[in-house]
Design a protein around this ligand. Structure first.
Ligand SMILES: Nc1ncnc2c1ncn2[C@@H]1O[C@H](COP(=O)(O)OP(=O)(O)OP(=O)(O)O)[C@@H](O)[C@H]1O
Length: 241
């Protein structure tokens, strides 16, 4: 579903990603970890075709990332909304139904039905008519997940979706991802390696480079190694790299 072939990228002078080769299979639930500035968000931007590699090649669903973008759902790391922007939860979720060329169309009954379904799924139906600036960080994060789900993506990309939630909420959000993974592939960036290993099939660790690691468990040695200058992928179940 995603193939990186010797991908390199730099914003300015310093390289951010070096020689990344990675294959993600359909149905996978992959965790992406690594030190701050290790290039995790950059990797997601490359998958979405928002930036293009300087070297190497990326295919998403067998085509270019830009062409595949409509099949992806994305939940950004930090969402900022102007506090005087009076948009409700439901309206925010409906934005996920907008596709290129549809901006000026009204939402139809199917759009509203899908928005209702994903709001139920993410546990935000009770806030549907509330302005989004009156939500807690955790509630807003669920709204953004619902907005991404409203486009009915085949692959969901999440950049630290539980950064602003407590441990109980983190578990319930990842339980939701586990359910969603039955119908879509998921790549999630997290800082909490110990936690995500209970959920994901594989953990990829990125620190400018990516290294694959064939092991069943993440040991302190592995973690130490991962946060060195390289990147490791740890297999938990049957998915092969
Ligand atoms: N638009 C940009 N222009 C220039 N440099 C950038 C830009 N975006 C990111 N960088 C730099 O690229 C490097 C990788 O950033 P990236 O956001 O991909 O890391 P990350 O692993 O997601 O980090 P974090 O865990 O802190 O979110 C960092 O050194 C960052 O400063």
């Amino acid at each position: 579903m995603i193939e990186f072939d010797r991908v390199g990228f730099r914003y300015q002078a310093a390289p951010v990603l070096n020689n990344i080769t990675l294959a993600v299979r359909e149905g996978e639930f992959m965790g992406l970890v690594g030190p701050n500035g290790g290039g995790k968000s950059t990797l997601l931007k490359l998958i979405m075709g928002l930036i293009t590699p300087d070297t190497g090649n990326i295919r998403v669903f067998g085509t270019s990332p830009k062409k595949a973008r409509a099949r992806l759902g994305y939940v950004p790391q930090f969402a900022r909304f102007p506090s005087d922007f009076p948009i409700t939860v439901e309206e925010t979720v409906l934005l996920g139904r907008l596709r290129a060329g549809r901006i000026w169309q009204r939402y139809n009954a199917q759009d509203r039905a899908i928005a209702a379904k994903v709001m139920t799924e993410t546990g935000i139906s009770e806030f549907a008519q509330r302005p989004i600036d009156q939500l807690s960080g955790g509630q807003l994060q669920r709204v953004l997940i619902a907005r991404a789900l409203a486009s009915e993506p085949e692959l969901l990309l999440l950049d630290e979706p539980t950064a602003s939630v407590d441990a109980h909420q983190e578990k319930s959000v990842f339980d939701l991802f586990r359910e969603l993974n039955k119908r879509m592939s998921i790549i999630v960036i997290s800082h909490d390696i110990g936690f995500i290993t209970d959920y994901v099939d594989r953990v990829a660790c990125l620190n400018k480079e990516l290294l694959c690691h064939e092991t069943q468990a993440i040991t302190p040695d592995v973690i130490e190694q991962m946060y060195g200058d390289h990147v490791h992928v740890i297999h938990h179940h049957s998915h092969a790299l």
